[in-house]
Ligand binder design. Structure first.
Ligand code: URA
Length: 185
């Protein structure tokens, strides 16, 4: 596959590499600045994302927007994507074979973007990207470095929806991301 944003977009739009292509309304490609220093990676599109074809436009997206605003970031200056590009029915956890089938798209997105910072939102992304035994409760807000890229994870915005007392914790993690970007600038 040729490495351009257009080709990835076309491949994702036509993808039938796993059974989710039979249940999705539409695939959800990453969005935001293709020059961003910061790449957010979450789990999989929810129901509203499936309808609109845009990541984080549902209730989790409202929390994400608040977190971005409160830490001084905007959607326009970040890139946000998911491990899976298609909605798993009932918002169930992605299956291993779905993650494996979709992973090349995330690799191409990362290759093209060349982010300085990768932020995993939630356990599923952190365990796929940072370490298979990553414990979000104990390890959120910690940093590792890989090939000139700083990686971290925090709770998924849906965890804040379920437990609003987590908001301040996640906001603190987001503020650290902004500080890290300043270090790298
Ligand atoms: N949850 C996710 O993990 N990704 C989205 O795009 C929306 C909700």
């Amino acid at each position: 596959m040729e490495y351009t944003w257009n080709t990835i977009e076309r491949h994702i739009a036509a993808c039938a590499n796993c059974p989710l292509s039979g249940t999705r309304q539409q695939p959800v490609m990453g969005r935001g600045s293709r020059e961003a220093d910061i790449m957010f990676i979450a789990e999989a599109p929810g129901g509203e994302e499936d309808r609109q074809g845009i990541p984080f436009v549902g209730r989790s997206g409202e929390i994400l927007d608040r977190l971005l605003r409160d830490s001084g970031l905007t959607r326009e200056e970040i890139y946000i994507t998911n491990i899976l590009k298609c909605h798993p029915p009932g918002n169930r956890d992605p299956k291993e074979e779905e993650k494996a089938a979709c992973f090349p798209y995330l690799k191409y997105e990362t290759f093209l973007l060349k982010p300085k910072i990768i932020v995993c939102l939630g356990r599923v992304a952190a365990q796929r990207i940072i370490a298979p035994d990553f414990k979000i409760t104990r390890q959120h807000g910690t940093w590792t470095c890989r090939k000139d890229c700083a990686l971290t994870a925090t709770y998924h915005p849906s965890a804040v929806l379920r437990d609003p007392s987590k908001y301040e914790t996640v906001k603190k993690d987001f503020c650290e991301i902004v500080k890290k970007r300043e270090e790298y600038a």
